[in-house]
Ligand binder design. Structure first.
Ligand SMILES: [Zn+2]
Length: 249
């Protein structure tokens, strides 16, 4: 229990509150790390519905293997941008967000920002996701300086008093292929006019424990579309929510 409180302590600190005051629900699809299948299969499904997602990359892992399969190669970064997706930051070396010293973590953010500037002219990270765990409070404060938004976990939508420095996400693999809990959270998001950010890793017929199948993923996408939510990559959703707030004011 103490451990739980400690690990979640950052949630109440260094917040950058954002309001969601329109009646329009939002959904974003995000992928961490990211395995090639997240783009080649998951991204293809999103594109088929006229949608795109956010791919959080640790550029130090480019071309390497991972527990969720082979990770992106350089060509995938170009393909992601070409297909309307957003590239986000996930530190350079996939640092553990709690166990890593804050100065080391900050260095890994700066390295990843430098790496994307070198690899992809004109591309800059606006969005971040915390690798592996919730952040330490001081790490959260430092990370927030570099990005419009930082995403964590929590298995719930972001509602009226969301925190841009620690946005909640719903990891699709945690339901182990059961569609009903996902439909329930999409319904909840619609009723509360929230911003539901889905996250996962690989999209494969025989997925890792951190991913899901293309059939399951497509069912989620279809239900999300049917809910009437506006479905956008994280940075575009943030901008659209900001605009709809000023419309409502
Ligand atoms: Zn990760």
């Amino acid at each position: 229990m103490e451990r739980y409180v400690e690990r979640n302590s950052a949630r109440w600190l260094f917040r950058r509150p954002m309001t969601l005051s329109s009646r329009q629900p939002y959904i974003s699809f995000t992928f961490d790390d990211f395995p090639r299948t997240a783009l080649l299969d998951g991204g293809e499904i999103l594109n088929r519905y006229g949608l795109s997602g956010t791919y959080y990359t640790a550029l130090g892992l480019m071309g390497k293997g991972s527990p969720s399969g082979a990770l992106f190669v350089l060509d995938d970064l170009r393909r992601a941008i070409g297909h309307g997706h957003e590239l986000g930051c996930h530190t350079h070396s996939h640092c553990h967000s709690w166990n890593t010293a804050t100065d080391v973590f900050e260095d890994a953010i700066r390295r990843n920002r430098a790496a994307i500037a070198e690899l992809m002219t004109g591309v800059e990270f606006k969005s971040f996701s915390y690798p592996i765990s919730e952040p330490r409070p001081l790490t959260k404060r430092v990370t927030a300086k570099y990005f419009e938004s930082c995403r964590a976990g929590g298995q719930k939508p972001n509602v009226s008093s969301a925190d841009r420095n620690q946005l909640a996400a719903y990891f699709l693999e945690k339901v182990r292929g059961a569609i009903q809990p996902v439909k329930d959270v999409i319904d909840l998001n619609r009723r509360q006019a929230g911003w539901l950010i889905f996250a996962t890793h690989d999209i494969a017929p025989d997925p890792s424990p951190y991913g899901c199948t293309p059939e399951f993923f497509e069912e989620v996408v279809q239900y999300a579309v049917a809910s009437g939510a506006r479905i956008l990559p994280v940075s575009s959703a943030l901008r659209s929510i900001g605009e709809s707030n000023s419309d409502a004011a």
